[in-house]
Design a protein around this ligand. Sequence first.
Ligand SMILES: NC(=O)c1ccc[n+]([C@@H]2O[C@H](COP(=O)([O-])OP(=O)(O)OC[C@H]3O[C@@H](n4cnc5c(N)ncnc54)[C@H](O)[C@@H]3O)[C@@H](O)[C@H]2O)c1
Length: 265
Amino acid sequence: MSAGTELTGRFALVTGAGRGIGAAVVARLAGDGARVLATDVDPEGAETLAGQYPAQVTVRELDVTDAGAVESLVEEAERTLGPLDIAVNVAGVLRCSDVTDLSDEDWAHTFAVNTGGVFHVSRAAARRMAARGRGSIVTVASNAAGVPRAGMSAYAASKAAAVMFTKCLGLEVAARGVRCNTVSPGSTLTGMQRAMWAASGAEDEAAAARRVIEGDLAAHRTGIPLGRIAEPEDVADAVLFLVSDRARHITMHDLYVDGGATLRA
Ligand SMILES: NC(=O)c1ccc[n+]([C@@H]2O[C@H](COP(=O)([O-])OP(=O)(O)OC[C@H]3O[C@@H](n4cnc5c(N)ncnc54)[C@H](O)[C@@H]3O)[C@@H](O)[C@H]2O)c1
C-alpha cells in the first residue's frame, strides 16, 4: 500500500469502488492522502475502505447509468465535502456472447454502464472542474478496446467509445486546466475476471490463468509477454500516476496496463 502525501488536500470521486480495481483505486488515492467519495451500485464492499480510512473515505450508492443520480450526488458532494479535483470512472460490466447470440438487453446495458456511465460522471465533473480551471479525469477502459476479441463485441465497442469520448473531452477542456486520460488494463484478477473464467467452464483458476498467460491461437489471443495476470493494484498505480501532478503535462493519453498482451501494435 502506498503511503504518500502527494494527494493531500485533493478530493476524488471513484465509481465502481465496491470491489476489484475500483476498491484498489480508492485505497491508493486515500493512501496518498486524498479524500475519496467511493461510489458503487453495490457499495457494501467499499465500507471496509471507509473503516480503514475513516477520515478520508465516504461511501455512497451510485448507479452510473442514472444521469440524474450522478448529477445530484456530484452537486451534493461538492456542497458538503468540497470541490472535486479528481474523478475516476471504474464502474463497468462484462457480458460475453457471440454477436449472433447477443441480446438487445446485453448490448444496451453494456453501453449504459461502460459508455453512458462514463459520459454522465465525466460531464458532471468536467463542468465544475473546467469552471475552476483545474482537475483530472481518468477512465478505466480495457485493452479489448484496441484488439478484436471473440465473444466480447459489446464490451470492446463500449470501451472503445469510452476511450474516444474521454479523449474528446480532454481536448475540449485542456485549455481550462483539466486533464483527461484512460487506463486500459488487460486481464486483471478481480471478480469480473473470475466470473468470466467460471462462465467459460474453466476447471480451476490456476489453469485458466495459465491459458491466458500462454495465449490461445485458436481464439486468436496472444498471451501475456510479462508472464502474469495483473493485480488490481497494478491498474490502480497507473491511475494514481495519471491523476497526480507528476502527470501534469499528460492528457488524452491511453495507458495500457496489460503486461504487453496487445503487443501495442
Ligand atoms: N478485470 C479485468 O480483467 C479487466 C480488464 C480490463 C478492464 N477492466 C475494467 O476495469 C473496471 C473494473 O473492473 P473489475 O475487474 O474491478 O470489475 P468488478 O466486476 O470486480 O467490479 C466492477 C464494479 O463496478 C460496479 N458496477 C457495475 N455496474 C455499475 C453501475 N451501473 N453503477 C455503478 N457501479 C457499477 C460493480 O458493482 C462492481 O463493484 C471495469 O470498467 C472493467 O471493464 C477489467
